[in-house]
Design a protein around this ligand. Structure first.
Ligand code: B1M
Length: 211
């Protein structure tokens, strides 16, 4: 089964095999969304589980991440192709001190698919850089991703920087990532939270008042 091949290729960090298994799955008629949610994401979840129990280490996580990117590079145009008309602009980035960008990039793809223009600043983005981007692009939404418990602090710092710059009320702040909960979002004064990429796109539309 091709999805098993996608899963295995990402789990073992074989980027070439991940790309060819993804292409083979598409040729068989599987949707990009099915390949992503039933092949790619479960593989990265298993990488994380093995890391937690000491069966994988950082270099192996990194090569699995590269294999995941090889697959998502192919899926990306297919996931976004339905979002034809633009409904708003979103500044997206992973917060300061945090290098995890796979989930953030998936969130960007699903938001693009929902019709948003995405300005993806990348990873390890300082509060000042987020503030500069809001001043420059005047987005409807500022979307921050954090994957480490320690970097959830950077979300608080970024919201404080928006307040200090006097622009907090000009932008909707949305947050997400594995350690983030609705409770945390409420506590830090974010306007929205979503647990995964698909619901992040839905939430973004809801936040700007588009059904
Ligand atoms: Co790191 N890492 N990592 N890592 N890594 C985690 C996050 C960890 C949970 C692993 C573990 O211990 N089980 C753990 C964090 C523990 C914690 O703080 N609670 C961890 C650690 C400890 C570290 C290092 C400190 C390890 C070390 O050096 N000792 C280090 C930190 C580096 C840094 O950032 N400063 C580190 C490094 C790395 C790599 C560089 C090797 C690599 C990242 C490569 C890359 O991203 N380019 C990596 C990886 C791959 C992982 C795991 C295995 C996978 C992350 C991932 O891509 N998941 C991860 C374990 C895990 O998640 N199971 C782990 C797949 C992705 C689709 O899911 O990112 O959760 P996720 O995104 C989801 C949702 O969270 C949500 O939607 C996405 C899609 O559905 N979402 C949003 C994300 N952003 C959102 C924003 C939104 C809404 C939803 O709105 C704006």
């Amino acid at each position: 089964m091709n999805l098993d091949a996608v899963y295995e290729a990402i789990l073992t960090g074989n980027a070439e095999a991940a790309a060819s298994a993804t292409n083979a799955s598409l040729e068989k008629g599987l949707s990009a969304e099915k390949i992503l949610y039933e092949g790619c994401i479960p593989a990265m979840t298993e990488v994380g589980r093995q890391f937690e129990i000491g069966e994988k280490f950082v270099p192996e996580m990194l090569i699995s991440a590269r294999a995941m990117t090889a697959a998502t590079d192919i899926l990306r145009p297919l996931l976004i192709e339905e979002g034809v008309q633009q409904i708003g602009t979103i500044i997206l980035g992973t917060v300061a001190g945090d290098l995890h960008d796979i989930g953030k990039n998936l969130v960007g793809m699903m938001m693009e698919g929902a019709g948003f223009k995405i300005i993806n600043l990348g990873a390890d983005i300082s509060p000042e850089a987020f503030v500069d981007a809001v001043n420059e692009y005047h987005p409807e939404i500022l979307a921050m991703s954090a994957l480490l418990t320690t970097t959830t602090r950077s979300i608080i710092n970024t919201i404080a920087a928006l307040e200090e710059a006097g622009i907090r009320d000009q932008v909707i702040v949305m947050i997400g990532g594995a350690p983030i909960t609705q409770d945390f979002a409420d506590k830090v004064g974010a306007d929205g939270f979503a647990p995964d990429a698909a619901s992040a796109a839905r939430k973004a539309k809801e936040l700007i008042g588009v059904a």
